[in-house]
Design a protein. Structure first.
Length: 477
């Protein structure tokens, strides 16, 4: 407590209050403008300049008082009900969520440092929301699994997330990475990107490990806005800095950064505070198996952990399907849980049907771009094109492809098994389980706690599923 400065802030505040006659310089960064003022005003300064410096001085003493107050609050039995949080603008942003939302800025909190450095590019408001959520996801996923992790984020939710486990020959072909060097880090991103490559268009990428050349070369060919990672090999960094004519955003995360325990936000003129969701999602949450079938393989546990961590950073309500170390369908932001299950299930079905021989065998014309091929395959799978859309779509092929029939889709999807579903809150009815069983789900991770728990357990038992109650809700807003 003896380190608390009294005289310094007092003199700064007194000088700032007397700004009509006193120029208070509280930061070395102000020296240059001060000298310009003195030279240009015959040894004096303008009132407008003095007021600018006074405002900066009051902001400085306010931040200092806030820091003292926050420390004192940890030393007493009854913390004060007034909470003071100081933001320091580290860099202005072009705009907020939308171009008309100005001013906007990226701020450090309470005198702390940022969790990353901007290495290249100019990040925007939504880029940074994606980056910070995606980084937390891959950081936790890598720690929980011991494997490199990657995520592909769009609008503060993951389009895909995965760990670096080897690809099968079929996956290499479907994901269009044949002949490309694939490190574990690169493989993690290939999997994350290919959960839903249509939604990953223009994504923000997070990688848990140092980005190597193999990963940079994969990113080089994808349409993406930026990446956050703990480090970059020199050659890999040069590849990424050249992407998008130098506008590709490269953020280097601080692996040792620990976010503050408390989170604060404003919405509609109200202030909110909560303890940060620092709960660890690991195998200990899977010990309460409530179904008749109890066995959980190591792969099932891995997929359940992946699913829990992915939905922890997905806008609620959220449900996610995972298999073999990758999310294969994420349903975000729905008011109804069964709608989440169906939305994620549609994405799962599209992912699976990309492996159908008819889809793999589509003959594109020379020069059709990579993302156009992705979009064309998805529309072929969905098969609901009207005449005008079909007329444009078919121009991408050497000859008109035979349609993929509903019967062919159903037959191919019926062969899917070993899928995990994870939910950020309990299933209130059995309808989610009834739908999930159509998509090869054999493992379920959910908090439990619904009045319909017994009904849901019976549904799982009837389908031979193994379900664990985690007792952990993972809402994210």
């Amino acid at each position: 407590i003896e380190n608390i400065d009294i005289g310094g802030p007092c003199m700064i505040r007194a000088s700032a209050k007397n700004n009509a006659h006193v120029t208070i310089v509280s930061d070395p960064g102000q020296y240059k403008k001060l000298m310009e003022q003195v030279r240009g005003n015959k040894g004096s300064t303008t009132l407008a300049f003095r007021r600018n410096l006074a405002a900066a001085a009051f902001a400085l003493t306010s931040a200092y008082d806030a820091a003292v107050s926050q420390w004192m609050a940890t030393q007493v039995e009854e913390p004060p009900t007034t909470k003071t949080v100081s933001f320091e603008i580290e860099r202005p942003l072009k705009y907020g969520c939308n171009p008309h939302q100005l001013p906007a800025g990226l701020c450090s909190v309470n005198g702390g440092k940022l969790p990353f450095d901007v290495v290249a590019g100019i990040p925007g408001y939504i880029n940074l929301l994606d980056a910070v959520n995606a980084w937390q996801l891959v950081y936790e996923l890598a720690k929980a699994t011991g494997k490199p992790a990657a995520a592909s984020f769009k609008h503060a939710s993951p389009a895909g997330a995965a760990i670096g486990v080897p690809l099968s020959e079929a996956e290499v072909e479907v994901y269009e990475v044949k002949g490309k060097p694939l490190s574990p880090v690169a493989t993690a991103y290939v999997r994350a990107r290919n959960a839903d490559p249509m939604c990953s268009f223009g994504d923000f990428v997070a990688v848990s490990h140092v980005v190597d050349v193999a990963t940079a070369n994969i990113l080089k060919i994808e349409v993406s806005d930026g990446i956050i990672a703990p480090g970059f090999e020199p050659e890999a960094l040069e590849i990424l800095k050249a992407k998008k004519g130098g506008k590709f955003i490269v953020l280097q995360a601080d692996n040792d950064f620990v976010p503050p325990e408390m989170e604060y936000r404003m919405c509609g003129g109200l202030g909110f505070m909560q303890k940060r969701n620092d709960k660890i999602c690991d195998a200990t949450l899977l010990e309460k198996v409530v179904t008749s079938k109890k066995d959980l393989s190591e792969q099932a546990k891995l997929d359940m952990i992946l699913g829990m961590i992915a939905i922890k950073y997905t806008q609620s309500n959220s449900v996610g399907y995972s298999k073999d170390g990758m999310m294969i369908g994420v349903g975000a932001g729905q008011q109804s849980r069964v709608d989440c299950v169906k939305l994620a299930g549609r994405k799962l079905s599209t992912w699976r049907l990309r492996f159908h021989s008819k889809v793999v065998g589509l003959k594109f014309k020379e020069g059709v771009k990579r993302q156009d091929r992705v979009n064309a395959r998805v529309r072929y799978i969905e098969g609901d094109m009207d005449e005008a859309e079909y007329a444009q779509w078919v121009t991408q092929f050497d000859s008109a492809p035979d349609p993929l029939t509903d019967e062919e889709k159903s037959e191919f999807l019926s062969g899917l098994s070993g899928v995990t579903i994870a939910s950020d809150a309990f299933f209130p009815f059995r309808d989610s389980i009834d739908h999930a069983q159509k998509l090869g789900v054999q493992f379920v991770a959910q908090p439990g706690g619904s009045v319909a728990d017994e009904e849901v357990i019976k549904a799982c038992d009837s389908y031979g599923m193994t379900m664990a109650f985690t007792n952990l809700r993972l809402f994210h807003h």
